[in-house]
Design a binder for this molecule. Structure first.
Ligand code: MTE
Length: 326
């Protein structure tokens, strides 16, 4: 990649620079207008469409997916479940733009005939279609989610442990890492308006050590909140690695590749000093531009009722993963 001064990946968008109270008041005001029938139910309201939406609009195209909860992972600890509406309207998906409100733009993601290729240093390479993926024993898990930007949620994911793919693939002993490669088609995934996409290392790639992939917590999600995954959350399949910062969880995966050497990853390529390969949640290790000691939990209400909370080592999952880093 040519050396250019990129605006930092977590550059604040309009949502973040608007003082919280002004933003919330505007939302309440707009919702009041909708409730009173003064303006129609949201879309497309020029200039405002990012902030108000019909209740079910963010879940367009999803279908019901009800599966048993795994009793080992049924709570967010001391934290309430984030509402589906909040989780589905406050997202990062740089293939569709650099702001948090990309759920509408992400609807352009084409899901027809989706394939996920498992390849590389494995005994059993295989290409899965969605029906194949849905045949893995699915379960629901409620996981705390912590973004490197210091916001947090609690999300009920539906999917299967990554270990199921690992076992089916049988990686060779030289395979030390696994890469997850996201869908990329520059005609469709146009990227942020600035910097232009061609200066970013798309496709989005994230990676783990094979032992991390084998950990009980590492999960492939094909749904959340009792539905198949909405596009903005990374339909039809995305990685969820709850003890790491959220950017490790690649969305809309098309390829899972086992390799010998530590692969280049998206944010680490853009800014290695800020986004480490490992990127476990570690409150005592500050991001160069902000502390990681606290996080802002999205509130239970309709509005972003952020609540400051202390962050926890490995996002509270130390009992499962500390051994990996001993
Ligand atoms: N995957 C892809 N392909 N593209 C992205 O931009 N953003 C990451 C991660 N996975 C991203 C991605 C980041 S920074 C975060 S915090 C989470 O997705 C956000 O997941 P959510 O929008 O479902 O909450």
């Amino acid at each position: 990649m040519p050396f250019i001064h990129l605006p930092q990946p977590w550059q604040l968008s309009e949502r973040e620079v608007t003082p919280e109270s002004a933003f919330l008041n505007r939302r309440r005001f707009l919702k009041g207008l909708i409730g009173a029938g003064v303006i129609g139910s949201a879309l497309p309201l020029v200039g405002c469409q990012k902030e108000i939406a019909a209740k079910d609009a963010p879940f367009a195209g999803t279908t019901a997916l009800k599966v048993p909860a795994n009793p080992a992972f049924v709570s967010g600890g001391d934290r309430p479940l984030t509402s589906d509406f909040l989780a589905g309207t406050y997202n990062n998906f740089y293939e569709f733009g650099g702001n948090k409100h990309i759920w509408q733009d992400a609807q352009a993601l084409p899901l027809d005939n989706w394939k996920v290729e498992v390849t590389g240093l494995v005994k059993n390479p295989k290409t899965y279609d969605i029906d194949d993926l849905l045949k893995f024993p699915l379960e629901e898990r409620i996981y705390r989610f912590r973004c490197v930007e210091a916001w947090a949620m609690v999300v009920p994911w539906i999917g299967f442990p990554m270990n199921a793919i690992l076992k089916a693939a049988e990686p060779a002993s030289e395979a030390k890492f696994v890469r997850f490669i996201s869908y990329y088609n520059p005609q469709i995934t146009k990227g942020p308006s600035f910097p232009p996409s061609q200066f970013l290392p798309f496709p989005y790639v994230e990676a783990l050590r094979v032992e991390e992939m084998a950990n009980d917590l590492a999960f492939f999600a094909v749904g959340n909140y009792g539905r198949t995954l909405p596009k903005q959350h990374g339909a039809p399949i995305r990685a969820v690695i709850p003890w790491k910062y959220g950017f490790k969880g690649a969305k809309s995966i098309v390829k899972i590749e086992f390799v010998a050497d530590q692969p280049a990853t998206f944010w680490n390529t853009i800014s290695p000093g800020e986004y480490k390969f490992e990127s476990n949640v570690e409150p005592d290790v500050s991001h160069p531009r902000w502390s990681q000691k606290q996080e802002r939990l999205v509130g239970e209400g309709e509005d972003f009722n952020w609540k400051e909370m202390p962050s926890t080592i490995y996002n509270g999952y130390g009992e499962y993963v500390a051994d990996l880093y001993a």
